[in-house]
Every structure is written in C-alpha cells, then in structure tokens.
Ligand binder design. Sequence first.
Ligand SMILES: Cc1ncc(COP(=O)(O)O)c(C=O)c1O
Length: 457
Amino acid sequence: MNSVNQSLLPITAKIDEAGILHIGGCSTVDLAEKFGTPLYVYDEESIRNCCRQYKQAFAKYPKTNILFAAKAFMTSAICRIMHQEGLGLDLVSGGEIYTAVKTGFPMERTFLNGNNKSAEELEFALKAGVGRIDVDNFSEMELLDKVAKSINMKADVLLRITPGIECHTHDYIKTGHEDTKFGFDLSQLDEAVRLIKEKYLNINLVGLHAHIGSQIFETTGYIDLVGVLVDKLAEIREKFGITLTEMNMGGGLGIKYLESDDPPSIDELAEAVLGALDENLKKYNYPEPILYLEPGRSIVGTSGVTLYKAGSVKVVPEVRKYVSVDGGMADNPRPALYGAQYSAVIANKANQERTEKVTISGRFCESGDIVIRDITLPEIEFGDIICVFDTGAYNYTMSFNYNRVGRPAAVLVKDGKAEIIIRRETWEDLTACDVIPESLALPKAESKCAGCCACMG
Ligand SMILES: Cc1ncc(COP(=O)(O)O)c(C=O)c1O
C-alpha cells in the first residue's frame, strides 16, 4: 500500500476550478489572507494516517512501540495527536520533556535520547517518569547513575550503539557509521555492559538502541541493523548471562521531496524489519524483544507545507530571475544546512502552465538564503502565494530568529477548519529576553520616548 511519505502533497490536497490549492478542505489563499505569511500549514488527516499506517504495518509483531521523534515537529498540539493515536514520543531535551508533561502525555510512553544530556535534564526525566533513557557514552552513564542515586531512583536504559552501517544520505544526517558523535562504538559495548552490571547500580539495562540516519531510501540498512542488534543481544546473553528484552531501531524512513524521489513505503519498511527480525531471532533462539521505532520525518514531513507571499523580483540578465518571498532560511534552514531541495506551486495559480524558470530566494541577509533554486512555475506576480511542499519536518523545529524576524504561525487544518497551533511571534516576543543592564542606562534627558509602542525606558 502507498503511504503518505511516498507522496509530494498532503493526502487532502486538491486544486479547485479556479486553480486554487486546498489542503484539509481549506483554501491556501484564504489561509494566507487570514493568518498571514509565512505560514506553516499542517494537514491533520495526513499526520493521523501516517500514525495509523505505522501501527498497522507493524501490527503483526505486537511487541512493537512506535515513538514519534519529536525533534521533527515538537509542539503541544502534536503531543496531543500522538497521545490520541497511541504513539509514544522520542524526546531529546528538558524542553521537549516539559512540553510533553504539560500536555498530560503518558510519560511511560516516552524515551529520552541525546548525546550530552545534562544532570538537570536527567533528573527531570526521571522525576517526570520518562519510560526509557538512552545512554549514549561512558560519561553520561556515570552521570545518570549519580543523578538516579541522588534521588533514590533506578533508570531503565538502552545503550545506544554505533552499528557501523553506512547509509546513502547527507553527511549531516548520517549517524550509523563509525566516525560519529553518537553512541558507543561496538568495541566499547562489553565494557559498558560490565560497568552497569558491576558498578552503576542505579541503572537497569533493558536493551540496545541504534539510529542509522535520516531520509533513508533503502531498506537494506534496516535489515543490516536488525542483524547487528540481534547479534549484540545474543553476544551479551552469552558473555554476561543477561537476556536484554528491548531493541530500538531509531527512525530515518525518507520522504518524497522531489518528483524523482522514491522512498519505500511504511509497509515495505515493516516487511524488511520484521522479516530480518524473525530470521535473526531464530538464528540465536532469542526470545522476541520489545521493538521500538522512532520515525519523525515520515510522520509529519509530507503533512506540512509552508505558504509564502511573493515580493520583490531581481533579474540578472541571461543568468537568473530571483523572486523573493517573505520567509526563507530562518523558517526553513534545511536548504542552507544541507542543500535540501523542495517542490512548490503558486497556490493561486496551481492549474496554470509552468512557463518560467525562477529561483525562490528568502528575505534574510545571507546569499545562501535560497528556498528553491531553479524551479519552473507559472509567471509569478507580486503578492502571489507560493506553497512549498513537504516542510512539515525539521522546519519549525530548526527555525530561528535571524534578523530579528519572528517565527511563523502554524495552523492545523481539517474538514475545512483551520486552527492555530503555534501563534506567530511578535516583535514584543523578540525583545522579551533582552535586558538592558543598569550600567547602560541613558542619562535622564536622553531617555525620551521615540513615540512608538516599543519604548524600553
Ligand atoms: C535517535 C533518533 N531517532 C529518531 C530520529 C528521527 O529520524 P527521522 O525523522 O529521519 O525519522 C532521529 C533523527 O535525527 C534520531 O537522531
């Protein structure tokens, strides 16, 4: 069965007779008008559909737990959707734990990952009832044991290993090869298990964890990963007499950003993982472990789009036509960060012939602030609404305030209704953390009001 990650557009996307793109039953032109631009638009049906597909695809292995990797899109409303859909959460910081707790998320369904968690975050995780903590390295192991001991608790942990699997994706989103900051090298695993067994008595080792990278298009990496994880589980049983009961395969399933992209479906992923699991468990006669997966991008990537308004145009004769939009690298850092490519339409001319090649540039003061280089679109006019697809993952969560531009709002659309899930940041928000120390106070005579509403005294 096709899954949402194999499509360029959210599943509810439609173009009406006037050529206007609708998502979740809402006109994107009306959304831009009502909520302003740039605007992140999330299609609730696409998100829920992906969650259900993951659960269905892995249903034949009832010991599967799907954890949504919150780093892909973390906000209170998404926690609530994951709660309702029965998924868990893969969290990486105190801020993410705090968000989940605040929404009333069942914390036993959460997992804390990360390669440099602070003592404060570890203590908060334990007290908040985070289900499992991933231990990434020796220093963290020592710290976690100390923190757990100080509050008289025992932490259930999985050891993150670096499985030595090279997958074909961008260097910045590869994590399973040997030379990476994440996880224990396989040669260090015995020592890590020994330390927990003999020294770190406030740590309870329950399993192994690995994540091979993101935007992965081949299931072979996952088949290899199952092999490595089960090999290591069997090895630990043999060497230490401990039968670990859990394994976490991380996330990484790719999505379609361009027409030419061809990621596997969620069903294909499940077939590959479960087939390899069955085979490897039989090889060692190992009891079925609890299986965790941590998909992020493949759950929310396709569900989200960004609406921008077209502004100034610059033509470099015989070279390129730049059309600037009112957002860019600060709401979508991925093109500047790793050359990510996107597809787009003019949302108010979605049925018109594509006649001119343009480069969509952002509004920020960086030459590298390009949203899409060389895309063919219908002729763009000032004020047109440009809809960039597949911006649901790692856009809002990686956004920033360069040039003191506020982050966009996000709306959740369903059945013709749009609801704000993140409000737009105001100029007031942008100065909320600023402090002018006493030593910089202006002499009384100079501290006149400028007559605007932003008076800072
Ligand atoms: C440990 C871990 N799990 C899961 C994910 C989610 O990956 P994706 O969004 O590609 O599914 C990541 C992404 O970086 C990760 O580091």
